[in-house]
Design a protein around this ligand. Sequence first.
Ligand code: ATP
Length: 316
Amino acid sequence: MTVDTTVTVRVPAKVNLQLAVGPRREDGFHALVNVFHAVSLFDEVTVKAASPRRPRALTALTATGQSESHLARVPLDERNLAARAAILLAEETGAGHPVDLHLDKRIPVAGGMAGGSADAAAALVACDLLWGCGISRESLLGLAARLGSDVAFGLVGATAVGTGRGELLEPMTSPGRYRWVFALSPRGLSTADVFGEYDRLRPDAPEPRLDSGLEKALAEGDAVALGASLSNDLQPAALSLLPELGRTLDAGRSAGALGAQVSGSGPTCAFLVGGGGEDPAVVGEREAAVVAALRATGLCEQVIGADGDVPGATVV
Ligand code: ATP
């Protein structure tokens, strides 16, 4: 039997199709209804067996990526969610000969696309394989939920609804394939700051509920209805902290996007430009118009196209 000494796992970013946020709970978390949709912006996490004489499960953590400003926000120590995932798996299984962990980041950092959570999901899958733990899918999902609300979705991918604090996941019926444009901001927004602003703006938030219109649009693969159903309760808070996002959203809408909203806690803005059964030429034209309008604002660090949905963490 050959033993792998290096494992690479590719993991997608997410965009929220609905993010309904309830009141703050006693444990400090908010009740959420969070419709996650995995899109083809990927990080790759590589784990490599290190010298067995090293004393700890995780010996080195490195990161590369397209954007220096985004990389500068990635902690390269045990605050990194991927590192925490490797350490948690080692503790839980008693496995864990030393590994070096490398992140190749394409998902915007602190952009509201759950890049850190995606890396944690990928690290769980990669270390499980490298260490030969063979833990069940259910246990892996349990560890993911302990690491953070969005980590389990990194394992599952596709389109799913999260309830509780977002970690109780149910797949959703979504046969359509959609085209998205993402406007990355040169600034980061802290998730905690955005929730703090949300509490200030909406102290009387109602209990969150899944939008049946969104459910229907997804089940029918109707891109126009999907665009009209996008919603994000955190958007007013993100706009309050970073008002220029309003101009970015307006630019994409005016150029013909079917739907536009801040992704998660922002500041990345997501534009649905088509899909379902639409003519690909029509979608392509709409995408080009939206991309050009976003670039013309001068507000975006990068404008990127991507498809959704795509599968979760996958060994490459
Ligand atoms: P979410 O959408 O889940 O709220 P986000 O997409 O806004 O998250 P992340 O890219 O996950 O944000 O990063 C949030 C913060 O987490 C970063 O500013 C960084 O300090 C920290 N962090 C920890 N691990 C990672 C990682 N592997 N990649 C990126 N950031 C990480």
